[in-house]
Design a binder for this molecule. Structure first.
Ligand code: ATP
Ligand code: ZN
Length: 296
């Protein structure tokens, strides 16, 4: 078989991860010929193509070498790693900062929960037997894992399980099914998955270039420029409050030697609470700006 010289990335065809994944690749400068309903998207500028599939198929496609990289939930990747022989060849290359959710154990609302040992002897319904099994072993719990492919949340009401282990984001589905979240098994988000070692050929070079662009895009996306005026005496206190511990740039204010304008590039968002704390420390006229491009 002739080896491919174009990089192939698998992503979800239609679902929660589709739009943010497309958006991320577009920010990395990748353009694809529109064929949303088809399996394949041909990359226009760079030698990078997309395969649009069900999210559950993504780790297997990478393990089999059909694709080089994939954008998939950590929950799906780790489950594959735990339950497939080829799983150990895969790794999480980058967390991508969207598709946040958690795989959690939930109990009927009327059951109080205080510790894992309560789950001894219980039947727990899940589509994630690998991750749940790992959590149960780590907590020394002997429970029965009931494998269900879908509609896990109705199992307790149907009487086919005593508890469930399923994905939760807002918790609204749990409430609607009279369940309460008891323990978090995995904190998940979309990740870039790939083989632990990149190939040493042309495709490996394209992958490396893409990873570098991705790092730049993620860094910019997660950065904020903060500007404020502050009394010199408060600088230490304010600097300690800046997220990501940046080294601020200071500018003198004409006619006010005890005041400075502070400018800092912060890693991560700046919360209202942090702004309030800085204001209490003496800052004023604060501005928090998104960053469009960054070149070191
Ligand atoms: P398909 O198998 O057809 O690709 P799906 O129904 O398995 O789709 P989605 O519901 O779109 O998939 O979820 C894809 C991923 O989105 C999940 O694996 C998970 O990582 C993430 N996710 C984020 N929030 C949630 C949530 N509230 N419920 C389910 N998944 C969520
Ligand atoms: Zn799926």
């Amino acid at each position: 078989m002739k080896s491919r010289d174009r990089l192939r990335i698998a992503m979800q065809k239609s679902g929660r991860l589709t739009e943010p994944a497309q958006d991320l690749l577009a920010r990395c400068g990748l353009k694809f010929r529109q064929s949303r309903d088809k399996l394949f998207c041909f990359g226009e500028g760079e030698p990078v193509d997309l395969l649009l599939v069900r999210d559950d198929d993504i780790p297997g496609l990478i393990a089999e070498g059909v694709c080089d990289l994939g954008i998939v939930g950590r929950n799906v990747l780790r489950e594959f790693q735990l339950t497939n022989g080829t799983g150990s060849e895969l790794s999480e290359l980058r967390p991508l900062g969207f598709g946040h959710c958690r795989l959690s154990i939930a109990l009927p609302q009327e059951d109080a929960y205080s510790e894992p040992s309560q789950l001894h002897g219980q039947r727990i319904a899940t589509s994630y037997p690998g991750l749940l099994g790992e959590w149960l072993r780590a907590h020394g719990v002997d429970a029965r894992v009931v494998m269900l492919a879908g509609s896990v949340e109705i199992a307790p009401r149907l009487g086919t399980a005593d508890a469930i282990c399923d994905l939760v984001s807002s918790g609204a589905t749990l409430v609607a099914n009279q369940l309460r979240e008891a323990a978090v098994v995995v904190e998940s988000e979309a990740v870039l998955a790939g083989r632990a070692e990149l190939p040493l050929d042309e495709r490996g070079e394209i992958a490396e270039l893409l990873l570098r662009r991705l790092d730049g895009v993620i860094q910019v996306r997660d950065s904020r420029l903060i500007l404020m005026q502050a009394p010199r005496a408060a600088l230490d206190a304010i600097t300690r409050l800046l997220p990501g511990a940046p080294v601020p740039t200071l500018t003198q204010v004409d006619g006010a030697p005890d005041q400075v304008v502070l400018q800092a590039l912060c890693a991560g968002s700046v919360s209202w609470r942090q702004l309030e704390d800085m204001k209490r420390a003496g800052a004023r006229d604060m501005l928090v700006l998104p960053v469009e491009k960054m070149l070191a």
